[in-house]
Write a protein that binds this ligand. Structure first.
Ligand code: NAD
Length: 264
C-alpha cells in the first residue's frame, strides 16, 4: 500500500511509535526510526522492519532541538532520497497538581509535544515543497500525521501541561492543513484514547487500575499500539487522499461522554 514511500516516525523505539513504524514498514514503506534514548530498542525495531524486505534505519535526534531535527531530515533526504510521510509521534508527560507544577515540567512537555511536532513538520514540509508530487509514488506531495490525544478535547486535571500541548497540536494541525493543502500536502492527526504503552502504565497495569480505566471506554477494552498503527497506515495511504485537516479519534468511544450513558 505504501511501496516506494519514505516514512519518518519520531519516538519510534517504544509504544505507539514503534507499532506505527512497524505498520508502515509492513505496508511497504522504507522507515526511519527516530529515537532520543534507547538505541538498542530502536535497532530492534529496524531489524523487525527490515524483515519485510524494506529499508529501515535508526536516527538519534531530540525532536525539541531545532538543529537536531534539521540534521535528521537532511540525513534522511541524503540516505533515503526524500521523505513522503512524517508521523510526529514523540511525546511525554510530566504530571503534577497545578500549584506544584514547575516551569521546567511545563516547558519540557510543551517543548517535546508541541515544538517538537512543529519542528519536524516544518523541516519535512521544506522537502515536500522542494520535491512536489510524484504521481507514481503518491497523489500527495507529503503526508503529516500529528500524534495528538483525546486530551486535545477532554480536560485532564493534574496534567495541564500535557493537555495544553495537545490542544496546541490540534490547532497547529488544522492551521497547517489549511496552509499546506494547496501544495497537496495532507496534514491530519490521530487522537488515541487509552493505549497500553509505557507512558500510562499506572493506568492499566493492575486489575483495579484497568477496571477504573474501562469505566471510561464504552468499547470495553484498553487499546493496543497496533490500533493506532492501523489508523496511521490508513491516513498515510492514498486511500485517504481526500482526508485533510481531520483528527481521527481512535479511542474505543472515550470521547462519547460515557458518563452520560445512563441518566444525565
Ligand atoms: P511511550 O513513552 O511508549 O513513547 C514515547 C516515545 O517518545 C518514546 O520513544 C520516547 O523516547 C520518545 N521521546 C520522548 N521525548 C523525545 C524527544 N525529545 N525526542 C525524540 N523522542 C522522544 O508513549 P506512547 O504512548 O507510545 O506515546 C506516543 C505518543 O502517543 C505521544 O505523543 C503520546 O502523547 C501519545 N498518546 C499516547 C496515549 C496512550 O494512551 N499511550 C494516548 C494519547 C496520546
Amino acid at each position: 500500500m505504501l511501496q516506494g514511500q519514505k516514512a519518518l516516525v519520531t519516538g519510534a523505539n517504544s509504544g505507539i511509535g514503534k507499532a506505527t513504524a512497524i505498520g508502515l514498514g509492513r505496508a511497504g514503506a522504507d522507515v526511519v526510526v527516530n529515537y532520543v534514548a534507547g538505541r538498542a530498542e530502536a535497532e530492534q525495531v529496524v531489524e523487525e522492519i527490515s524483515g519485510f524486505g524494506v529499508r529501515a534505519a535508526a536516527y538519534e535526534a531530540d525532536v525539541s532541538q531545532e538543529d537536531q531535527v534539521a540534521a535528521m531530515i537532511e540525513r534522511m533526504v541524503a540516505e533515503f532520497g526524500t521523505i513522503d510521510i512524517l508521523v510526529a509521534n514523540a511525546g511525554l508527560q510530566r504530571d503534577a497538581p497545578f500549584t506544584e507544577m514547575t516551569v521546567a515540567q511545563w516547558q519540557k512537555v510543551l517543548d517535546v509535544n508541541l515544538t517538537g511536532q512543529f519542528l519536524c513538520a516544518r523541516e519535512a514540509t521544506k522537502e515536500f515543497l522542494r520535491r512536489g508530487v510524484v504521481p507514481e509514488v503518491s497523489r500527495a506531495a507529503g503526508k503529516i500525521i500529528c500524534m495528538s490525544s483525546v486530551h486535545q478535547l477532554i480536560p485532564w486535571a493534574g496534567h495541564v501541561n500535557y493537555a495544553a500541548s495537545k490542544g496546541g497540536v490540534q490547532m497547529m494541525m488544522t492551521t497547517l492543513a489549511q496552509e499546506l493543502a494547496p501544495h497537496r500536502i495532507r496534514v491530519n492527526a490521530i487522537a488515541p484514547g487509552a493505549i497500553r504503552t509505557p507512558i500510562n502504565r499506572s493506568a492499566w497495569d493492575t486489575p483495579d487500575a484497568e477496571k477504573g480505566l474501562l469505566q471510561l471506554i464504552p468499547y470495553g477494552r484498553v487499546g493496543d499500539p497496533e490500533d493506532i498503527a492501523h489508523a496511521a497506515v490508513g491516513l498515510a495511504s492514498d486511500l485517504m487522499d481526500y482526508v485533510v485537516g481531520t483528527t481521527l479519534y481512535v479511542d474505543g468511544g472515550m470521547t462519547l461522554f460515557p458518563g452520560f450513558a445512563a441518566g444525565g
